[in-house]
Design a protein around this ligand. Structure first.
Ligand code: 8DG
Ligand code: MG
Ligand code: MG
Length: 150
């Protein structure tokens, strides 16, 4: 369209119970190719934020997080003007059991899921826009979530 709409993206911050690392993967085949991003995607019409997070994580990581409490961690404004896109991203946090195994369920869209410390993300220099803003802004709600607090 001549005037594209601002859309809503959901990024899911998934960490294991006993750890502080975030699961992320290198994007492929779409905008942001080669950058490190969280599992996530578009909020569909009529969908709740939680349902979107559960659906995207199932599609992309092969994991059912429907029994894990999800909480809103942060919101960023993400214009991607050179790609003619603009998103508002909702970051939903989710804690999974230590033995959960991630699958690269959409290998045409992602190089594979790996765990990253906050320090690694901070020094990556290669983050997908929304994740870059989350890491730059580093809200307390995010660092507390990683530390296992509220
Ligand atoms: P979908 O069409 O199945 O809903 O999405 P997808 O196939 O998973 O596409 P995607 O490119 O992973 O996600 C769609 C858009 O969501 C992406 O173009 C930008 C937006 N988005 C954000 N923030 C985030 C994020 O943190 N991670 C991911 N993966 N996408 C995000 O705005
Ligand atoms: Mg998806
Ligand atoms: Mg996606």
């Amino acid at each position: 369209p001549l005037t594209p709409n601002v859309r809503v993206g959901v990024g899911v911050v998934i960490k294991k119970k006993s750890g502080k690392k975030v699961h992320a993967g290198i994007r492929k085949g779409s905008h942001g190719t080669g950058t490190l991003a969280l599992p996530g995607g578009h909020l569909e019409f009529g969908e709740t934020w939680e349902t979107c997070a559960i659906r995207e994580v199932e599609e992309e990581c092969g994991i059912d997080i429907s029994s894990c409490p999800l909480k809103l961690i942060h919101v960023t404004n993400d214009p991607m003007i050179s790609e003619n896109k603009h998103y508002i991203t909702l970051f939903m946090g989710c804690v999974v059991d230590d033995d959960v195994k991630f699958v690269n369920a959409e290998p045409h869209k992602c190089e594979g899921w790996e765990e990253h410390t906050l320090e690694e993300l901070d020094s990556s220099g290669n983050l997908f826009g929304p994740l870059m803003r989350l890491i730059d802004q580093k809200p307390k709600s995010f660092t507390n979530f990683l530390e296992g607090g509220d």
